[in-house]
Design a binder for this molecule. Structure first.
Ligand SMILES: *Cc1c(COP(=O)(O)O)cnc(C)c1O
Length: 392
């Protein structure tokens, strides 16, 4: 037997963590690491946030799971709070980002089919990432994710991200929806400009398409707004989110307008675990913090502070950092050395970051990050930049 007991689909760094507090993690060998990856934009409140820990502990001691055969009060409360604070009229809870996207795609099909139309195709963007299920690898269209998994789920038409003309030209008789990330995450922290999202909104209205946003990574305060589309002053018809929503507890959600979700009646979709009492305790605790007075303003100011420091870093090391980009606390460094080399050298200096497409190093600190941790992170990045770059 040569295959490890744990199926080896990840190339993992040889480090394991056993505890954490705030923006810091402690490894099994006792070494401390500053976490500017947040488990890929998940640990929105950092590690061991007392309010989140207490909510999960108390709920676990009461009841963990009951199924969606019965009412789940925490689910009703979380849905009502999301409805109150967003464009949405209704919410469905899933367990992950990919599941939320799968459901969004199903909603687009059912919305049109309920009107007797055979529209089912979805316009998607290049460099997109929507998850690793069969439909979402087709939606993302990355060759490395599709290889060996043919046949591909049908019905996605790909256009250049940010190119409104191309999107308009891609609309056909069977187009049902448009699906994009307001800031492409895995694709390399590429932000859509406001006019692009506004243009897609107008185009969807003109042709009767659903505008669907993937806010799995950009959502839940990451960009300094509760959801990133707020920066563009538009609202989608359907939105998928996950990652930071549970602060580390696996949970996703689909938010929709009443019109978009009109055909999602009893029996049309389901999930055994989705929105269970434990998950909802986590979501409600995260929302308590995100919706707290001044919290998102502080995310914006910490984002601006980090951005300023990174711009200075790039100016000091033009041969190492080619560009700084992103919104709020979703920032990226396009590096000259390979991003994976940069990420592993940052790790060896005690800073966790996450690689992305387009040779970008992602910086996604917990939303509770403070100035001292930003200083420490930038000092470490500075040290990495000063190292001789290994020949790539
Ligand atoms: C992470 C991510 C997903 C997939 O989420 P999973 O929880 O891993 O299934 C989908 N879309 C975007 C934009 C993401 O960043």
């Amino acid at each position: 037997m040569t295959i490890p007991a744990l199926m080896p689909t990840y190339g993992r760094a040889d480090v394991a963590f056993e505890s954490g507090e705030g923006c810091w993690l402690t490894a099994t060998d006792g070494r401390r690491y500053l976490d500017f990856g947040s488990g890929v934009a998940v640990n929105s409140l950092g590690h061991s946030h007392p309010h989140l820990v207490k909510a999960i502990q108390e709920q676990a001691a009461r009841v963990i799971h009951t199924s969606n055969l019965y009412r789940v009060p925490g689910q009703e409360r979380a849905a009502a709070r999301l409805v109150e604070n967003t464009f949405a009229d209704t919410v469905f809870f899933n367990n992950s980002g990919a599941e939320a996207l799968e459901m969004a795609i199903k909603i687009a099909r059912r919305y049109h089919q309920a009107q007797g139309s055979d529209r089912y195709r979805v316009i998607v963007a290049r460099q997109a990432f929507h998850g690793r299920t069969l439909a979402t690898i087709a939606a993302g269209g990355q060759e490395k994710h599709l290889a060996g998994f043919a046949p591909m789920v049908e019905g996605f038409d790909r256009v250049g991200f940010g190119n409104l003309n191309e999107a308009r030209q891609a609309v056909g008789e069977q187009t049902a929806a448009v699906l994009v990330e307001p800031v492409q995450g895995e694709g390399g922290i590429r932000a859509a400009d406001a006019q692009y999202l506004q243009g897609l909104r107008a185009m969807c209205d003109e042709y009767g398409l659903l505008l669907m946003l993937d806010e799995v990574q950009t959502g839940n305060g990451r960009t300094g707004k509760l959801y990133a589309h707020e920066w563009a002053g538009i609202t989608p018809d359907v939105m998928a989110t996950a990652k930071g929503l549970g602060g580390g507890f696996p949970v996703g959600a689909v938010l929709a307008t009443e019109t978009a979700a009109a055909a999602m009646t009893a029996g049309t979709h389901g999930s055994t675990f989705g929105g269970n009492p434990l998950a909802m305790a986590a979501v409600n605790a995260v929302l308590d913090v995100l919706l707290g007075e001044g919290f998102l303003d502080r995310v914006q100011s910490m984002g601006a502070l980090l951005r300023g420091r990174l711009d200075d870093l790039a100016a000091r090391h033009p041969g190492v950092v080619e560009e700084v980009r992103g919104v709020g606390l979703m920032l990226g460094l396009k590096t000259v050395p390979t991003n994976t080399d940069f990420v592993s050298r940052a790790l060896s200096h005690g800073l966790l970051t996450v690689p992305a497409g387009d040779n970008v190093v992602r910086l996604l600190p917990p939303l509770v990050v403070g100035e001292a941790d930003i200083d420490t992170a930038v000092d470490i990045l500075d040290r990495v930049c000063k190292e001789p770059t290994p020949a790539s």
